[in-house]
Design a protein around this ligand. Structure first.
Ligand code: FMN
Length: 213
């Protein structure tokens, strides 16, 4: 359901900046849940949903997280920091069966399709680099969250500047998981970061074949 206060998607995309400072204004629970829901609604390979999100709000813990995040002040300033991870722990048969049961519950897929998935997914996984695959899934979910936060009138800062081992130790993240990024959410304090521009699309978008104009 679309809330009355949501910005149109095109405006959310245009308005979003990596926020330089956050005010202490809280993110109400209902809005936070809506942001998380947006991420959990994202697509993922074989619908395996290997993302895990640790939602950090306690002041003391955020201060420690800030240290692990190369002392980036926004981690302590923002009322909410979502630590986005990808977990390789249960990518074997169990998660597939869970996913297939969920699909059946929703009336999706027949026996033949399910058998194909059981056969294909392990082969597919054996061919990709797990960390790359996990990053791909989690990044898409994070993007959904970032834009939903913006649509609801919040500001965000996504971060890759952190020491993974320190973040994992602080939040009890298991060895099987990779920390993909931190997402700070709150309200901008002071002037926003100016738009830094984007390369001309001639440099980054090719019709039909790489390098063609
Ligand atoms: C995956 C990712 C990680 C990033 N990590 C950091 C970070 O650790 N610290 C930071 O200040 N900005 C970080 N940024 C923000 C980028 O510098 C920023 O997106 C870019 O300069 C474009 O600015 P804009 O987001 O305001 O459009 C990150 C962005 C992305 C997408």
């Amino acid at each position: 359901m679309v809330s009355r206060k949501e910005k149109p998607l095109s405006q959310a995309i245009r308005d979003r900046r990596t926020t330089p400072h956050f005010s202490p204004a809280p993110v109400p629970e209902e809005d936070l849940q809506q942001v998380l829901d947006a991420g959990l609604h994202a697509p993922s390979g074989y619908n395996t949903q290997p993302w895990r999100f640790v939602v950090v709000r306690e002041t003391k813990r955020k201060k420690k997280l800030k240290k692990a995040a190369m002392d980036q002040g926004r981690v302590a300033e923002a009322p909410v920091v979502i630590v986005a991870c990808g977990d390789s722990a249960d990518l074997g048969g169990e998660v597939l069966e869970e996913m297939l049961a969920l699909a059946a519950e929703h009336g999706y897929g027949d026996q033949a399709q399910h058998e194909r998935v059981r056969k294909n997914f392990p082969k597919f996984l054996a061919e990709v680099e797990t960390a790359v695959w996990l990053n791909r899934q989690v990044a898409i979910a994070l993007t959904h969250m970032m834009l939903m936060a913006e649509a609801l009138g919040y500001d965000t800062a996504i971060m890759e500047g952190f020491h993974e081992d320190q973040v994992k130790a602080l939040l009890d993240i298991p060895a099987s998981a990779h920390v993909v990024a931190l997402l700070c959410i709150g309200k901008l304090k002071g002037p926003d970061k100016p738009f830094g521009g984007r390369f001309h699309r001639r440099r980054t978008v090719f019709p039909e074949k790489w390098g063609e104009e």
